[in-house]
Ligand binder design. Structure first.
Ligand code: PEP
Ligand code: MG
Length: 601
């Protein structure tokens, strides 16, 4: 911190400490830049004459077209800067913008209600936003913000304001706002934005997702921060613990500087660890694999320390086009992943897992099921649609001649499903052989353990496949009867629940008894606390979002297998302890062994 910052600090202004949601890690200090987007934009609303309708509709169409061009270029810019799901955020914006009923309703308001284009857009957008905002699902509720973002842009274009941005920053600063939209977040000038702090927002808001993906430290949900500060106030922002200190005193600044230093040293050590094979401190190998889909740039994976692909989710190929991709298209996508692998690494391609929260039109997936998570999803859907299944199996097999490919069946609940899936695989192998098309005849087949039934019959399953991958996202949901996407019951979604841990134990024991390896590919694998616990329970590999690999690799590399095992043994004796207390216990144990862990979460 420099003298200027000194001058801006607490001598004159009162110090304040605020706590919000830690949405993107990192410690930064600097002057605040107060950004007020919404308040400056007054929407002109007036009545028009029937003779003006045509001109208003044409103005509206031009503004939509310009907005589309701007969002497309933002989408391209984002894809250049980051990979993974977050890179597709603006694709969702385009979907809303291209929804014919959006433009149609605006035109109707102009023609029938004789309102100017701005008023029409505002009215329609308000209706859309309130529909999203009233939804139970937290993710969908957040989409109200996307509508707001698009609307602001259309209104700006209608007023001739173009893509101009109020965020004209001239020196490094921490942006403070009521809330930031995704397009405001991506437009933050890279070199000058140290971090951001907002009054509103949640961990799943697009601004938060982008902050994590772009590596911008951020705290959201701070209440009325933007009303309590002025531009130039000195801020200390701790994106790791969700704290913001306004106009800190000397002591606070000194303590914060120490933390910044520690976190910088840690970042450097993360970079060192990422290029090494995953292992515990005492040398037990724990490969770190990546969870990917067809939009993930494969070349980036190795830069973040991935040692292969543990889960290739194929359903996005379907979801993106809202149709079944042809065998050729699938072969190309899977081959690209297989070819990108360095020697000795494998890609595990999971066959279609449609249904539940992943639906498409027209592929025959049952849309009107009362309980889609318990319905015709995943392997059940494939076994009922053998032509679709075979096209996919043929594509995976064809890709297997270009690299080290493994095939994985999701949502297996019974041995006859595994038999049936293997029969389809063998039929496809016979077909390809007859057609003279090459493939790996000893392709390894694996089963996802993501339903309690599969864990309970793991011994039988292990005899008829070559590996297991534990899908904790679903295993937790189905064991605890807690919808994985329902915010209302999110507190009950507990990875350390003894029932979940026992099912994992059963699966690992059965796999090892038959010489199989087990990975965990659910989100919990990316939580350093859970990753260490899984390693202690005997899990052989961990698969996660590429951007989290180095963090978790570092945590695992700091702990001995003996300590991880001792932790797992203690946890097995804690069946009478509430799951959240078990988690806190694990976390505290680990912090004793790896003090950096505090910074790793
Ligand atoms: C899981 O269930 O843990 C898993 C990895 O699969 P998905 O999240 O795609 O259902
Ligand atoms: Mg699953």
């Amino acid at each position: 911190m420099n003298n200027e910052a000194d001058a801006a600090c607490g001598a004159v202004r009162e110090m304040r400490m605020l706590t919000g949601l830690a949405v993107s890690r990192g410690f930064v200090a600097g002057p605040a830049f107060l950004y007020r987007a919404g308040t400056s934009e007054q929407v002109p609303e007036y009545r028009i004459e029937p003779a003006q309708v045509e001109q208003e509709v044409s103005r509206l169409a031009d503004a939509f077209a310009l907005t589309r061009t701007q969002i497309r270029s933002l989408a391209q810019e984002l894809k250049k800067r980051i990979s993974g799901d977050e890179a597709t955020i603006f694709d969702g914006h385009l979907m809303i913008l291209d929804d014919p009923s959006f433009l149609g309703s605006c035109k109707e308001k102009i023609a029938k209600n004789l309102r100017n284009a701005e008023a029409a857009v505002k009215q329609v957008a308000d209706t859309y936003s309130s529909i999203f905002a009233a939804m139970d699902d937290a993710y969908l509720r957040e989409r109200a913000q996307d509508v707001g973002d698009i609307t602001k842009r259309i209104l700006r274009n209608l007023s001739g304001g173009g893509d101009a941005h109020a965020l004209r920053v001239e020196q490094p600063c921490i942006v403070v706002a009521d809330e930031l939209s995704p397009s405001e977040t991506i437009s933050l000038p890279k070199n000058l934005i140290l971090g951001f702090a907002t009054d509103r927002g949640s961990t799943t808001s697009h601004a938060s997702l982008l902050a994590r993906a772009l590596g911008i430290p951020a705290v959201v949900g701070l209440g009325s921060l933007s009303e309590q500060i002025k531009s130039g106030d000195l801020l200390l922002l701790d994106g790791t613990r969700g704290k913001v200190i306004v106009n800190p005193g000397r002591e606070e600044r000194a303590a914060f500087e120490k933390m910044m230093l520690r976190s910088r040293t840690l970042e450097e050590s993360l970079d060192q660890v990422k290029s090494q094979p995953g292992r515990t401190r005492d040398g037990r190998s724990v490969p770190f694999l990546a969870n990917v889909d067809n939009s993930t740039p494969m070349t980036d994976l190795y830069a973040v320390g991935a040692e292969g692909i543990g889960l290739y989710r194929t359903e996005y190929l379907w979801l993106q086009g809202d149709r079944e991709p042809s065998e050729e298209e699938q072969t190309q996508a899977y081959t690209a992943a297989a070819r990108a692998l360095p020697d000795g690494q494998s890609v595990t391609i999971r066959v279609l897992d449609l249904g539940g929260d992943k639906m498409i039109k027209g592929a025959g997936a049952a849309h009107k099921e009362a309980n889609p998570f318990l319905g015709n999803r995943s392997i059940r859907f494939l076994l009922r649609n053998p032509e679709i299944f075979r096209r996919q199996l043929r594509a995976v097999l064809r890709a297997s001649s270009h690299g080290n490919v493994r095939i994985m069946y999701p949502m297996i609940t019974a041995i006859d499903e595994l038999h049936a899936a293997n029969m389809e695989l063998h039929a496809c192998m016979a077909e390809l052989k007859a057609e003279g098309i090459p493939f790996d005849e000893s392709i390894r087949r694996g089963v996802m353990i993501e339903i309690p039934a599969a864990a309970l019959i793991a011994d039988a399953l292990a005899k008829e496949c070559e590996f297991f991958s534990i899908g904790t996202n679903d295993l937790i949901q189905y064991t605890l009867a807690v919808d994985r996407v329902n915010e209302t019951v999110a507190r009950l979604y507990q990875p350390t629940h003894p029932a979940v841990l026992q099912l994992i134990d059963l699966s690992v024991t059965a796999a090892h008894a038959h010489g199989l390896k087990v990975s965990v590919c659910g989100e919990t694998a990316a939580d350093p606390v859970m990753a260490v616990l899984f390693v202690g329970m005997g899990v052989d590999e961990l698969s996660m979002s590429p951007n989290l690999i180095r963090l978790v690799k570092r945590a695992v590399s700091q702990i001995s297998f003996a300590d991880a095992k001792a932790l797992a043994d203690t946890v097995r004796r804690m069946k009478g302890t509430p799951a959240d207390k078990v988690y806190t216990f694990c976390r505290n144990q680990l912090i004793k062994l790896v003090p950096d862990l505090l910074f790793l979460q």
